[in-house]
Design a protein around this ligand. Structure first.
Ligand SMILES: NC(=O)c1ccc[n+]([C@@H]2O[C@H](COP(=O)([O-])OP(=O)(O)OC[C@H]3O[C@@H](n4cnc5c(N)ncnc54)[C@H](OP(=O)(O)O)[C@@H]3O)[C@@H](O)[C@H]2O)c1
Length: 258
């Protein structure tokens, strides 16, 4: 798959799934802009990805919950590598609690991170995609978006909103050849899983924790970030030219709904 001449912006591009997706895009020839809050992981990712190929790799410190920061960083990305052709809304974190324990502040910050960041970035980026008659938007969500279990708010509710946003944008943007899809993540090895381990009783090693959690999944193992990146690369390519408005379970069979 060839993304030469394209520019991809990946939020949460400094580690985990975002870093793997950005690396795959860059290996396919794209320029990539990585957005995250912490400079250290951003610089590490930039250095590692730059070694893959000739495209530009930009590291941008940005809190995507902040509308003004998003606007400024988007301008800097366009100045450095041209209009964004591929937008991946990936920045996020696990936030699941019993409903009655969730304050307004927690609801608002989860929606700011998982819904409004995607809304605001899309609003900045879509006009140039329309001018070029080409664009790809991928919203990284989780399996709870389709099948929210008890105790999964506010994440499941924010993710369901992200799935609705995916469908609305897919319908509105299809006439402009801009394809919008969602990846619904199950359990993929990453820092998020490391944090779940850190919060556990840590009675085993991290490696054993991953193996044991994997055994509870239909495929018998957790997924790898590179497996998510392969699907994101396909969705971003010309080969995916008639695929839009889909929410794809990337979960090794975990979700009980299609
Ligand atoms: N891994 C899984 O099994 C799993 C399961 C379900 C859903 N997901 C979702 O998939 C996405 C990627 O997950 P991951 O496992 O790769 O997570 P991760 O390793 O924790 O990485 C999260 C990334 O998002 C960035 N980020 C977090 N808050 C941000 C903010 N306010 N502004 C800008 N960047 C921010 C982080 O960098 P900074 O902290 O430096 O900002 C980091 O680059 C997330 O949305 C996550 O919720 C993952």
């Amino acid at each position: 798959m060839d993304l030469s001449g394209k520019t991809a912006l990946v939020t949460g591009g400094s580690q985990g799934l975002g870093r793997a997706m950005a690396s795959a895009f860059h290996s396919a020839g794209a320029n990539v802009a990585l957005l995250a809050r912490r400079d250290g992981p951003l610089k590490d990712a930039q250095k590692e990805i730059e070694e893959n190929g000739p495209g530009k790799v930009g590291a941008y410190q940005c809190d995507v919950t902040d509308a003004a920061e998003i606007e400024t960083v988007h301008k800097h990305v366009v100045e450095a590598m041209g209009p964004v052709d591929i937008l991946v809304n990936n920045a996020g974190k696990s936030e699941a609690h019993p409903f009655m324990s969730i304050s307004d502040e927690v609801w608002q910050s989860d929606l700011d991170l998982k819904l409004f960041a995607a809304v605001r970035l899309a609003r900045h980026i879509i006009p140039a995609m329309i001018s070029k008659r080409w664009g790809r938007i991928i919203n990284v969500l989780n399996t709870a978006a389709k099948a929210p279990p008890p105790g999964s708010a506010p994440t499941s509710v924010s993710r369901a909103a992200g799935m609705a946003l995916t469908k609305v944008l897919a319908g509105e943007l299809a006439p402009h050849n801009i394809l919008v899809n969602a990846l619904l993540i199950g359990q993929i090895k990453s820092d998020q899983i490391q944090r779940a381990y850190d919060a556990s009783d840590r009675s085993t090693s991290f490696e054993q924790f991953v193996v044991e959690a994997g055994k509870r999944l239909p495929m018998g193992r957790m997924g790898e970030a590179s497996e998510v990146a392969d699907v994101a690369l396909f969705l971003s390519s010309d080969q995916a030219s008639y695929l839009t408005g889909c929410a794809i379970n990337m979960d090794g069979g975990l979700s009980r709904v299609v």
